[in-house]
Design a protein. Structure first.
Length: 247
């Protein structure tokens, strides 16, 4: 498995902070040009913007483009993909990472929160995948990776678990569909909990034992491994970060 992504272009959805930003940095360090895609053009309640991540990548000698992208809007996704292709000439790699977390009992979960998890964590994966497939196909093959979850027990995360499980089923089916196009399709989740800014903000003070916490760099390294695949390599799998990079 080659860890060099020189000459390839990656589109990372949900890349303004957390796991997405870590993956964007890792792909750039491996040689890929990276579209840093997210809604966060200006700093909000959480740190990180597409501009700050892009500047950090460029400051380390990489190539990156900030791309405003709301994964729940097909028009926004299509515009972001078009901007990436215009700048870098094509797309070889997708990492569908954009996600939201809601914690609360089912009986008190507002419908709008349930729907938001489905819109971002499932429909968002569908929309970015749909938009990039023709461009990856035009390159003769490449890699699609959806960021999912291990299902580490956390009370009240039902909407999150459901949306992530559905995204896995979407990708496992898509792997077979895209074999003839030489496109690898995989899911990647942390082996343990990654305490991102978003997780800490939505975790409602949940305490995680130190042995259950994973460094975010493991997800970056694992994403690079999957980004280097095509249909002749790893495809149609659900991978755990630390297990993958140890194999």
């Amino acid at each position: 498995m080659s860890l060099s992504l020189q000459g390839k272009t990656a589109f990372v959805a949900g890349a303004s902070r957390g796991i997405g930003a870590t993956i964007a940095h890792a792909l750039a360090a491996a040689g890929a040009s990276v579209a840093v895609a997210a809604r966060s053009e200006e700093r909000g309640k959480l740190p990180g913007t597409i501009g700050s991540v892009t500047a950090s990548i460029i400051g380390r000698g990489g190539r990156a483009l900030p791309v405003a992208c709301d994964v729940t809007s097909e028009e926004s996704v299509n515009d972001a993909v078009a901007a990436t292709v215009s700048e870098f000439g094509g797309i070889d790699i997708l990492v569908a990472n954009a996600g939201v977390l809601w914690l609360g009992p089912v009986e008190s979960t507002p419908l709008k929160r349930w729907q938001l998890c489905l819109d971002v964590n499932l429909t968002g994966v569908f929309l970015v995948t749909k938009a990039v497939i023709p461009h990856i196909r035009a390159r003769g093959g490449g890699s699609l990776t959806a960021i999912t979850t291990t299902g580490v027990g956390m009370s009240g995360a039902n909407a999150y678990w459901v949306s992530k499980a559905a995204a896995e089923r979407l990708y496992l089916g898509l792997a077979e569909d895209l074999k003839a196009d030489n496109i690898a399709v995989n899911c990647l989740s942390p082996s343990r909990v990654v305490r991102t800014e978003g997780w800490q903000a939505g975790g409602m003070g949940v305490e995680i034992p130190a042995e259950m916490v994973e460094p975010p760099e493991a997800m970056g390294a694992a994403a690079v491994v999957l980004a280097g695949q095509d249909a002749g390599g790893i495809t149609g799998t659900v991978q755990r970060s630390e297990e993958l990079i140890r194999s």
